[in-house]
Design a protein around this ligand. Sequence first.
Ligand SMILES: [Zn+2]
Length: 172
Amino acid sequence: MANPEKTAKETLETAGVTEAPVNVELVAEKMGCKVMFQTLKSDLSGLLVNKPGNCLIGVNSNQSKTRQRFTIAHELGHLVLQHKGDMFVDGTVLRRDENSGRAIDPQEIAANQFAAALLMPSDWVYEKLAENRKQSPNGSAEEMTTALAAQFEVSPQAMGIRLANLGCLIPD
Ligand SMILES: [Zn+2]
């Protein structure tokens, strides 16, 4: 199975995107996928239709901008990681473990990993974190996370998870 982290890196290179915030719509376009913003049911984040010669990502425009960016990146993950199926529908409650609320489907986990790596490439996060630390050496972990989230145009929650996964969360 394709490594989501590595594939995300290659995808950015292919799309010619070299800095944050990642223009995720442009990346989708370069991958041959049209992005449409639409009012979807409140429990839906987005969907991917992947048919020969017709690739479409639908995004719920009622959700926050950062959420929409993550949704596009997640749907792109299904495409680029060559997941089986020609239609993926992603909701806020669908296909999640009832107890932990986390995705349990391996394809969903991989698509989320891809999305995080596409929007928050590890090298760029390390760089920005080092810069931010230089500028405000006394910043709290929360302040650092918020600043990085703004720089990468992701939610502070998504950045918090990414930092923890990269092992560079600064405890307060
Ligand atoms: Zn999905």
